[in-house]
Design a protein around this ligand. Structure first.
Ligand code: PFF
Length: 467
């Protein structure tokens, strides 16, 4: 029977480990680096409001769909979808959604590793006290010196990728579970310490106002950005949550578990925002600095306030730990699939995929220096063009991959997973996997999966097209 399947890769010790793993995957650079800078760029409260709505109505239902599909299928996302489609007498082509997701996850990992590498560099910098008393110009120069140096970037990128690969190669229980049991409590303690610190800056309420002040007029600008980010931050649409669902023990209730993960992720993003903006305001800086917010603005702030060095060091350690627990989840779907398909050892498969990903990541490394002028996606009057040597508009390699994954591939993947769980999987299978404590909720969840979440993705896409 399909529902009696066991994963060949291993099973988590309990549903708590799934929560650790899924939260570890969800909480990452997206919460600490991307969320605050995007909120800054897109005007604060308006972006936050749309983001929260997208999490509740689209992101969380898709996370639910992925977990159900993973646990039902008990294999890598591609093979899970293929076998579930077979059981439901649906087209095996559904598996292509998981192929796309797997590629998206590897593309994300390729740039994620580079940005996480910056954090590693900053841990050393903070430890050496090189930010103490730093000026705005000094911090900008330090960041530029780092990003201008392809060798230094490549070194950190390689180290980050190597550690990620080692954890994955050790396997689900000995690698993933063990690493998560150490990393997640650390993350929690670091975040609480930073939050306490920001409360003491005297600018806490300014941060609150910035994040929650809502102006309707500012909503349209950031709609697709907010929705793309809801996918990115919950790690949905790529199969990461699905593969973790495949390792979930049978007895655990999915709906409650998924709610916990989505809430924790949102809580961490808001806490990170509330920990970060007061520090920015305390130093009299602007919140709209863009991707450099965490690496330029924050170090100035940390360099010029009491105890800044200690908390700065803690902060970048937090970023690194959170990034690693996410990075492993991007690699797992491809590694699980590679092992199932080739029958080779986990170590060999992990090495091959990590090297490939590392190579693509070198594109991002170079997009900050040698290839800084090259544009890989350019939109002009004649539509979209790829590859152009021009600095007029357009996106660098890094920006193109970020855009392609967050704004296009993740929502499309999520849409497919959600439609599959809502329409292709039989109602009985869905009901059985959800094992709801309150069965009255079933129609509500079904409605979210069938109509609300897919409509949400569709509306945002169409709105963007006709803007
Ligand atoms: N959710 C992660 C973050 O917020 O940093 C990013 C991420 C992890 C995206 C895993 C996709 C993924 F598969």
């Amino acid at each position: 029977m399909a529902d009696q399947k066991q994963s060949i890769h291993g099973v988590w010790a309990s549903r708590w480990v799934f929560i650790l793993a899924a939260t570890g995957s969800a909480v990452g650079l997206g919460n600490i680096w991307k969320f605050p800078y995007m909120a800054g760029v897109y005007g604060g409260g308006a972006f936050v409001a749309v983001y929260l709505l997208c999490i509740a109505l689209v992101g969380a239902p898709i996370m639910l769909a992925e977990t159900v599909l993973g646990r039902r299928g008990r294999q890598s996302p591609i093979n899970s979808l293929r076998s579930l489609a077979y059981t439901a007498k649906a087209s095996p082509r559904w598996a292509w959604a998981a192929v796309m997701g797997m590629i998206a996850a590897l593309l994300i990992l390729s740039f994620y590793s580079v940005v996480a590498g910056w954090a590693l560099d900053y841990i050393i910098g903070m430890g050496q006290g090189s930010f103490t008393g730093i000026s705005g110009e000094g911090a900008a120069t330090r960041f530029a010196t780092l990003t201008d140096d392809p060798w230094r970037l490549a070194g950190w990128h390689s180290l980050f990728m190597l550690v990620t690969a080692i954890i994955i190669a050790r396997g689900v229980v000995a690698g993933l579970e063990k690493a998560l049991r150490i990393m997640m409590p650390m993350l929690f303690v670091l975040l609480v310490a930073l939050f306490g610190y920001s409360l003491s800056t005297g600018h806490f309420m300014e941060g609150v106002r910035f994040l929650f002040h809502f102006d309707l007029a500012e909503v349209p600008a950031g709609i697709l950005a907010a929705m793309g980010h809801a996918f990115f931050t919950l790690s949905v649409g790529v199969g990461s949550i699905m593969v973790f669902g495949a390792y979930m023990p049978r007895e655990s209730s999915i709906a409650g578990t998924v709610m916990t993960v989505a809430l924790l992720d949102t809580l961490v993003a808001l806490t990170a925002g509330l920990a970060l903006f007061p520090v920015v305001f305390a130093a009299g800086l602007e919140p709209s600095a863009g991707p450099g917010l965490m690496f330029v603005t924050l170090p100035i702030a940390f360099g010029n306030i009491a105890m800044g060095q200690v908390f700065g060091l803690l902060f970048f350690m937090l970023v690194a730990v959170a990034a690693w627990s996410s990075a492993i989840s991007m690699l797992e779907p491809a590694v699980a699939y590679g092992v199932e398909r080739s029958g080779r050892s986990r170590v060999a498969v992990t090495a091959a995929i990590a090297i490939l990903c590392w190579l693509v990541g070198m594109g991002t490394v170079l997009s900050f220096n040698v290839l800084a002028e090259a544009r890989f996606m350019v939109a002009d009057e004649s539509g979209w063009r790829l590859f152009a040597w021009t600095d007029a508009g357009g996106k660098t390699f890094f920006e193109s991959i970020d855009y392609l994954t967050s704004r296009i591939l993740l929502p499309l993947g999520g849409l497919a997973f959600c439609l599959f769980a809502g329409w292709v999987l039989s109602r009985d299978a869905l009901r059985e996997e959800l094992s709801l404590q309150h069965p009255q909720l079933f129609p509500v969840l079904l409605c979210l999966l069938r109509y609300v979440a897919p409509a949400g993705v569709a509306i945002v896409f169409v709105t963007e097209l006709f803007k």
